[in-house]
Design a protein around this ligand. Structure first.
Ligand code: FES
Ligand code: FES
Length: 146
């Protein structure tokens, strides 16, 4: 076990974790932040995406002791207009991928508030949706400002 200090959604956390523990598992199992999903647990699907200093990261393959910046999870984005845009455009089916999609999309619109379809496809390429809601997700991001 070794101490780890994290800033998550603006809150400081100090805890002990075994070396090799993933950020995703600490978020979900130690801190109760279960909005971050784990699907493949191998860095292939994007379900576990969180932001570190505003950039998307796959938390299932991020070692918690290696986290150097401020973490934002889906819980920290609960008031982001993208949430309403995803609902309005019907971009949610089973919803399992949605937290990761919103986290990636929020990083994109922070950097580029009016992204083109090409920019959206590039930025969202790492987020898989098994329900195939890609066109609706694209619409949500194109219209996130209402
Ligand atoms: S659960 Fe992390 S990329 Fe799939
Ligand atoms: S909404 Fe079901 S996996 Fe994306």
């Amino acid at each position: 076990m070794s101490e780890v200090r994290l800033t998550i959604n603006g809150e400081e956390h100090v805890l002990d974790a075994a070396v090799g523990t993933s950020l995703a598992s600490v978020l979900r199992d130690r801190l109760g932040l279960t909005g971050t999903k784990i699907a493949c647990n191998e860095g292939h699907c994007g379900a576990c995406t969180v932001q570190i200093d505003g950039a998307p990261h796959l938390s299932c393959i991020t070692l918690v002791h290696a986290v150097a910046g401020e973490v934002t999870t889906i819980e920290g984005l609960r008031d982001h207009p993208l949430i309403e845009a995803f609902v309005r455009t019907d971009a949610v089916q089973c919803g399992f991928c949605t937290p990761g999609q919103v986290v990636s999309a929020a990083a994109l619109v922070a950097a580029s508030p009016q992204p083109t379809r090409e920019e959206i496809r590039h930025a969202m390429a790492g987020n898989i949706c098994r329900c195939g809601t890609y066109p609706k997700i694209e619409e949500a991001i194109l219209t996130w400002q209402g």
